[in-house]
Design a binder for this molecule. Structure first.
Ligand SMILES: [Zn+2]
Length: 130
């Protein structure tokens, strides 16, 4: 458990508009509170700075863990994950009928590793009209 200063934690939440920066689920729609995630995990040298922190729902954060990337399910090649601090969500993903689609390799790999389109999560987004 990392000790993230309260002010920095607040800055990350505000910047994310209180929504998960991977799946866009609003914090107030989630049973478990969203978390502040190290994009590059501390074990890989990631710092506790605004540039390396993202707001993530419990599910996205658990699936991401300390991973920086994974294998693109289409090509099998290694790819980094989507980085909410240096990349724009709309450049890598789109949303249609509660389904999140990828536009890039990073998008595809992130959808796969973070399991953004499980039946349960799609139903949840449909229920919330997201
Ligand atoms: Zn999420």
């Amino acid at each position: 458990m990392t000790n993230i200063p309260a002010l920095l934690r607040r800055q990350v939440k505000d910047q994310a508009n209180y929504c998960c920066e991977y799946c866009l689920l609003p914090n107030d729609a989630s049973f478990y509170p969203h978390e502040v995630d190290h994009i590059i995990a501390r074990k890989h040298g990631g710092k506790t700075t605004a540039e390396n922190l993202a707001y993530a729902c419990w599910r996205c954060n658990r699936h991401k863990g300390t991973d920086l990337g994974s294998f693109d399910p289409e090509t099998g090649n290694f790819s980094f994950l989507f980085n909410p601090r240096t990349q724009c969500w709309n450049d890598h993903f789109s949303r249609h009928n509660a389904q999140i689609s990828s536009k890039t390799t990073e998008g595809r790999t992130t959808i796969s590793l973070l399991k953004l389109n499980t039946h349960e999560r799609i139903v949840e987004r449909q229920r919330l009209n997201l």
